[in-house]
Design a protein around this ligand. Structure first.
Ligand SMILES: [Zn+2]
Ligand SMILES: [Zn+2]
Length: 295
């Protein structure tokens, strides 16, 4: 297996292969997920100017890993759509009728609020498991690899991390029968806010600290500072970090350095292979257990 991976890494035409793969991904996006183009436009048209005006750290907007990040932002929505479509077709007949009837009989605003709380709870545990189970952490490490955070580098994800994550959160939502349109709106809000919390913005939004996740809040989650490790798993609602004891937002300091021990290559193929290879520092990090190792 390792030999095969090394051969793949050293493949003579890897750049050409990557370009073909990228063009195929773009074509798939245009056909099956044209909404992704709009999200990209939001990113470029809104996030870049905001990062320019409210800059948190000094950094160049156009950096060398931008091509890799563009690949992630293009390919990820297509791949994560596959398991959700499967989950719906398999689990819809198994829907808990009493729960779906009870949900449908409530006012629309209450249904949206409940879907929000429910999705937040499962999203919290999905993210926490991604840090606490070594195999899942190896996949999730790709998301934590950027040493500089901005709106697009925060979209780095290993496809397997996205696939298991979106399946894990979709299962309870389908079984309980939340309205698909409401879930679609929630996914859109989450996506735009995901750009915002990773963006290089100096927004602390302290008045919302127990209500809504801010860029500062999530930047702590990506921080290299030990005291912040395994904290702030919530992507939208900090209440779950408060309930489960993982809330971290010190008054007097801000996150400075990001990334993972040992770092990770900025090359897309290297990132795809990372979870399946041996990395000395990561091995040591994992052998202590991501949680214990982080304390
Ligand atoms: Zn994480
Ligand atoms: Zn993140």
């Amino acid at each position: 297996m390792r030999n095969l991976l090394n051969k793949l890494k050293e493949y003579k035409y890897r750049n050409e292969a990557l370009l073909v793969f990228y063009l195929a991904a773009i074509t798939t996006v245009v056909i099956y997920r044209p909404d992704t183009i709009w999200f990209f436009v939001i990113g470029v048209g809104i996030m870049i100017p905001l990062e320019f005006i409210f800059r948190r750290h000094k950094m160049t907007t156009f950096h060398k890993s931008m091509f890799t990040d563009t690949l992630h932002v293009t390919i990820d929505p297509v791949l994560s759509m596959v398991p959700i479509a499967l989950v719906y077709s398999v689990l819809e007949p198994l829907q808990i009728t009493s729960a779906s009837t009870a949900i449908a009989s409530q006012p629309r605003w209450l249904q949206i609020l409940e879907a929000f709380l429910f999705k937040g709870l499962f999203g919290y545990w999905q993210h926490r498991l991604a840090h606490e189970i070594p195999l899942l952490w190896r996949l999730h490490a790709v998301h934590h690899s950027p040493s500089q955070l901005n709106w697009i580098s925060g979209e780095r994800r290993h496809p397997f991390d996205s696939v298991w994550g979106s399946t894990f959160t979709a299962i309870p939502m389908v079984l309980t029968g939340f309205n698909l349109i409401d879930l679609g709106y929630l996914a859109m809000v989450s996506r735009v806010w995901d750009y915002t919390i990773h963006a290089n913005l100096n927004w602390r939004l302290r008045f919302l600290k127990y209500l809504w996740v801010s860029p500062e809040y999530h930047h702590w989650h990506h921080s290299k500072e030990k005291e912040a490790w395994n904290k702030n798993y919530s992507g939208l609602l900090p209440i779950y970090d408060l309930i489960f004891g993982t809330f971290y937002l010190p008054k007097d300091k801000s996150p400075q350095h990001y990334g993972i021990p040992g770092g990770m290559s900025d090359d897309y193929i290297d990132q795809m292979l990372y979870p399946f290879q041996k990395h000395e520092i990561t091995e040591e990090f994992i052998s202590n257990g991501p949680v214990e190792g982080h304390k």
